[in-house]
Design a protein around this ligand. Structure first.
Ligand code: GRF
Length: 210
């Protein structure tokens, strides 16, 4: 099976991009990063992959007259690199239906809560405010809502009495770095099928082959 090509969309720190890159480098994830697209020229994510021969593109919203034109530029770049799976890794914008329809069932996101709890901004703070004892992270397929698409993998993380949003975010992030490459790998190995809202994961055959 040829390796699936990833298009990773970032805006900032890029630690999830790093985790995916590291999983590929270590041979744990059979995929190729075709392009990294940032809407922020200063993103640390871009620095992390410098010198590794990975195509990058900076596509800034302010360079376009409309959101549609901005998103058309992103789609063009993804298609130029023959991307199979779009991986949102700290991309701080909501994609409109136009983009989602170009890659049906082929856009993934990671969110630092156990969805459907605490979608949207500052989910760690939302978790503390609500007083939950367990939160976590969710990898899901992107649909036209906010953090509402079919769930691929989730992992729980405890909330401690003395947690601040920052300490909780750090504990969740550690788990994100394990979960996201794993979920991307399931897609790349063709092990995911979607039935309505439910994502079914096929067992890996012996030797990792289907
Ligand atoms: C992560 O917490 C992720 O769950 C959320 O945005 C953050 C991105 O962090 N969607 P990084 O840029 O991957 O370090």
């Amino acid at each position: 099976m040829p390796k699936k090509v990833l298009g990773v969309l970032v805006s900032g720190r890029g630690s999830n991009l790093q985790a995916i890159f590291d999983a590929i480098s270590a041979g744990r994830l059979k995929a190729k990063i075709g392009v990294v697209i940032s809407d922020n020229p200063q993103a640390l994510a871009l620095k992390r992959i410098e010198g590794f021969n990975i195509p990058t593109a900076v596509i800034e919203k302010k360079a376009y007259a409309s959101k549609l034109q901005f998103e058309q530029a992103i789609v063009k770049e993804l298609n130029l690199h023959h991307v199979d799976l779009v991986v949102l890794a700290g991309f701080m914008r909501i994609l409109s239906p136009f983009v989602i329809q170009q890659f049906p069932g082929r856009i993934m996101n990671i969110h630092p809560s156990l969805l459907p709890s605490f979608p949207g901004l500052n989910p760690q703070q939302q978790a503390l405010q609500h007083g939950v004892k367990v939160t976590g992270c969710t990898v899901h397929l992107v649909d036209e809502g906010t953090d509402s698409g079919p769930i691929i993998l989730q992992e729980a993380v405890p909330v401690l009495d003395d947690d601040t949003p920052e300490t909780l975010a750090g504990r969740i992030l550690h788990v994100e770095h394990i979960l996201y490459p794993r979920a991307v790998g399931l897609f790349c190995d063709d092990r995911i099928t979607v039935e309505g809202r439910r994502v079914k994961i096929r067992e890996a055959a012996e030797g990792g082959k289907l």
